[in-house]
Design a protein around this ligand. Structure first.
Ligand SMILES: Cc1cc2nc3c(=O)[nH]c(=O)nc-3n(C[C@H](O)[C@H](O)[C@H](O)COP(=O)(O)OP(=O)(O)OC[C@H]3O[C@@H](n4cnc5c(N)ncnc54)[C@H](O)[C@@H]3O)c2cc1C
Length: 241
């Protein structure tokens, strides 16, 4: 899809957790992208426009652009968060090859925290399109690491996806779980991947998130003996942690 530029107006701010917020902007109907792609946004700053890249959280079938981010107190994030409804930002996109493989029999997503953004786009798109184009019997497993159970971003939607997308399982791994947590705790490890997937060699692995997440999941891939050709990786360059 040919990249284009457009101006979007802020429509809504949606808190997702104590430090994470979604920002919805208008987008023109002629803007086309594929779930999993990203864009560049420029917001007005004190000394001129401030630019950052974000994955689309929105599905192509939705009518707005949605980006979700952790508010770090950076100059960019402060400028983004100070926008009022109706204020405009400049967009350029789409970019990227982190695209859903409809013909892969088994896909495992490995992500944590903010890395859920392009996965949310893909899963929402599967719901919006009723899974059109998926190979029959396709299995999907989302391993999603979060610091706390309260901090799971898109928690309710992930429950909804698991209920309505055939073949999808969502496995939460919580670093600091509450006392009554019965799922996995700690970090996503090769033991968890093996326990949930069985024949680990038969899967395509989608790894996405800030650089430390990518490094950790590459180590897991080495431990379960998965060659790089069997992985699809999107690193959020620019995130320190
Ligand atoms: C393809 C892609 C998709 C992304 N999707 C998301 C998303 O969905 N949600 C989200 O929150 N973030 C996403 N990011 C990361 C985002 O662009 C910001 O870098 C991140 O949010 C941190 O911004 P900041 O303003 O808090 O930190 P900053 O103050 O901008 O940067 C923190 C540190 O990173 C360095 N840095 C900044 N940009 C880059 C860069 N491009 N490459 C290497 N180092 C850099 C800075 O020099 C600084 O040391 C994505 C990045 C990429 C490349």
């Amino acid at each position: 899809m040919t990249p284009m530029t457009f101006t979007g107006a802020l429509l809504e701010k949606i808190p997702r957790s104590s430090d994470t917020t979604s920002y919805r902007f208008s987008r023109p109907p002629e803007y086309q992208f594929q779930a999993g792609q990203f864009f560049k946004i420029a917001v007005p700053g004190p000394d001129g426009p401030l630019e950052h890249y974000f994955s689309h959280c929105d599905s192509p079938a939705e009518e707005h652009v949605e980006l979700t981010t952790r508010l770090t107190g950076s100059e960019f994030k402060n400028a983004l968060d100070s926008l009022s409804l109706g204020d405009e930002a400049e967009f350029e996109g789409p970019r990227g090859r982190f695209l859903f493989r409809y013909d892969a029999p088994k896909i495992a997503f490995l992500t944590g925290g903010i890395g859920i953004t392009p996965v949310r786009s893909m899963l929402r798109h599967l719901v919006d399109t009723d899974g059109a184009g998926r190979i029959e019997g396709q299995e999907l497993v989302l391993f999603y690491g979060s610091m706390t159970a309260d901090g799971i971003i898109y928690s309710e939607e992930l429950d909804e996806f698991a209920a309505v997308i055939p073949g999808l399982r969502v496995i939460h791994v919580i670093t600091k779980p509450p006392e009554d947590w019965s799922g996995y705790s700690g970090f996503i490890t090769s033991d968890i991947v093996r326990a949930e997937l069985g024949d680990v060699g038969g899967w395509t692995y989608y790894i996405v998130g800030p650089p430390p997440m990518i490094t950790a999941m590459k180590t897991v891939m080495e431990q379960v003996d998965i060659p790089e050709a069997q992985t699809v990786i999107e690193g959020f360059a620019g995130y320190d942690s």
